[in-house]
Design a protein around this ligand. Structure first.
Ligand code: MLT
Length: 252
């Protein structure tokens, strides 16, 4: 499936992949803020925004990775700098497993390589049922406090909620179940052969403490950036600092 996207700038492609349960606009500030450096392409994963819905029967992280590969080919390039936030990071790992030759560098934001622990999996099913029945917005009450750092501006909250509103419940249900069944990516970290930037919000509340450091330590050519005044959704909470970190990384 070829995905829909927003793009800005020219030259080498920086492909940005969203998290759950949001859309391409999680990268809106990077699209504008980094377009002097790259052709920035922020994709909508299947089932939301500018992208087609998928066939019935759900999907996996690999399905999302295959969509990215097809979309990259349609952009007319062989390889990209690939950035993924949270679930977008899980997808980046699936992509790395399947299409290593298409990655020039990797930017992993607020994500982890570990699979869901068993006690987490029941929650994924409940989340999927709730999303399917009541819509994605119904997830906001329990999720939002973990997605944003303490004291996040109301405008940031509104930006995030607008994305919740736009993602169909069926799509969030399929993503939740796909995350539940994602592979353990930790065994491959030692063989990641591209330069990698790991970004974490200093006020992260969703991932366990130490997650980003463990990830950066396990990848041979990785560096770690901690973003002040930001949590899990750092690209919208402190876009300037995220852009600066990415800019420094890509320039290097
Ligand atoms: C995300 O932000 O993509 C998700 O919250 C990640 C997760 O639930 O594991």
């Amino acid at each position: 499936m070829e995905l829909g996207y927003d793009e800005a700038g020219d030259g080498r492609v920086l492909l940005l992949v969203s998290g759950f349960p949001v859309d391409r606009r999680i990268w809106a500030h990077q699209l504008t803020g980094l377009s002097d450096l790259r052709r920035v392409v922020a994709v909508d994963l299947r089932g939301r925004g500018k992208s087609p819905a998928s066939a019935k029967g759900g999907w996996t992280m690999d399905t999302h990775a295959d969509d990215l590969a097809e979309t990259i080919s349609s952009l007319g390039v062989d390889a990209v700098d690939l950035g993924g936030i949270s679930m977008g990071g899980y997808i980046a790992f699936a992509f790395l497993r399947r299409y290593p030759e298409m990655i020039r560098s990797l930017i992993l934001v607020s994500t982890r390589a570990t699979p869901d622990p068993p006690e987490y999996k029941t929650g994924r099913v409940t989340t999927a049922e709730r999303a399917r029945r009541y819509g994605t917005r119904a997830l906001a009450g329990s999720m939002l406090p973990n997605l944003l750092a303490e004291g996040a501006a109301e405008s940031v909250e509104e930006e995030v909620l607008a994305m919740f509103d736009a993602v169909p419940g069926e799509t969030s249900a399929a993503d939740s179940l796909a995350m539940k069944d994602r592979e353990d990516s930790t065994p491959m970290l030692g063989s990641v052969a591209v330069p990698t930037l790991v970004i974490e919000g200093a006020g992260e509340r969703l991932l366990p403490p130490g997650t980003a450091k463990a990830l950066a330590d396990a990848i041979p050519e990785a560096r770690l950036a901690s973003i002040p005044n930001a949590g899990h959704f750092a690209p919208v909470e402190n876009p300037d600092a995220v852009n600066e970190a990415i800019r420094g990384f890509l320039a290097g």
